[in-house]
Unconditional design. Structure first.
Length: 311
């Protein structure tokens, strides 16, 4: 192998191709033409003297060495970004670009309250949002695709720094024609496992809901088919079952114009912790902790648990 040093641009092209597994999509993500991206990767292969990508008409397949170099490229690009972050952090906090991943069970309900406040208080901040599941967000953070992640704990996040923002209580949502008159609080034993509707695998809220109930038969019998909380609400409103919703979704108006009754779940683990996480020892730590304070301030007051729904 030669002593040629790859450019950051070439490494960006290689990482994008690995992520998208498609030359056209990778080029779009890098804001270049497909021919430019392909030529950059070929030049990299030529100058270091090895094949990194096997190309066919239908498949993009990385060689074993190509996978190793991609993993190293993630680290190099992340370190390069942190060089500029050190300079940015020395100036006015929360200015310039910041990329944040947000999970789908938080984004539609907290961001409408957060974004106007950020625009007013931090007009020089350019916040780029990426909605993705918890595991995908953690991978994006690890690979340097985002700077921080807004998610719900508990969840295995690996080596990160974090700030717990607030607790988000879980509620049980019933259809209008449910034969029972829901009491003020719902115990886990009151949930019919044959009627419980939950989000699909990949959404941490499903695991939080099941853990809060601590009933193994719920995991075995619940129907896990919802692609979003809004889908679950529509299913419950049409009498197809019951579900569990986070308080921020209810205060955010997800039950408006429905006939659903929601009651808080009575359990020691009936809350999820909303948190902001970032890479350990990041030079922008002070900025992230400041952002956490702004996120806390965006929280709305909790529901009055004693009031009846519909909400």
């Amino acid at each position: 192998m030669s002593n040629y040093m790859p450019t950051l641009k070439q490494l960006q092209y290689l990482v994008a191709l690995k992520e998208h597994e498609h030359f056209g999509k990778a080029a779009d993500s890098c804001y270049v033409t497909q021919s430019t991206l392909s030529a950059g990767i070929r030049e990299l292969e030529s100058l270091i003297g090895v094949t990194l990508v096997e190309r066919t008409r239908r498949v993009v397949r990385f060689t074993a060495l190509g996978d190793q170099i991609v993993e190293k490229a993630h680290r190099v690009l992340r370190e390069a970004e942190e060089l500029s972050a050190i300079a940015e952090a020395s100036g006015k906090p929360l200015t310039g670009e910041l990329r944040m991943s947000v999970i789908p069970t938080i984004a539609p309900f907290l961001l409408p309250r957060l974004l106007p406040r950020l625009r007013a208080d931090r007009p020089e901040l350019k916040l780029y949002l990426r909605e993705e599941t918890t595991q995908a967000g953690i991978e994006s953070l690890r690979h340097g695709n985002v700077d921080c992640v807004l998610l719900a704990l508990p969840f295995p996040t690996g080596e990160v720094d974090s700030e717990i923002l607030f607790q988000d209580r879980l509620y049980v949502a019933f259809p209008r024609d449910d034969p029972r008159d829901p009491p003020e609080w719902i115990g886990p034993d009151m949930i019919d496992e044959t009627k419980l509707l939950l989000l699909e695998d990949g959404h941490c809220l499903k695991d939080h809901a099941l853990a809060a109930c601590n009933r193994p038969e719920l995991r075995a019998s619940a129907t896990m088919m919802g692609t979003s909380l809004h889908t679950l609400v529509q299913m419950v409103d049409n009498g197809l079952g019951v579900t569990m919703l986070p308080e921020m979704a209810i205060t955010g108006g997800i039950l408006d114009h429905t006939h659903i009754t929601a009651r808080p779940l009575q359990s020691e683990r009936a809350c999820r912790d909303i948190a902001l996480i970032w890479r350990k020892n990041s030079p922008r730590e002070k900025e992230f902790r400041l952002l956490a304070e702004i996120l806390r301030a965006a929280e709305t007051p909790p529901l009055n648990h004693g009031e009846a729904s519909p909400l």
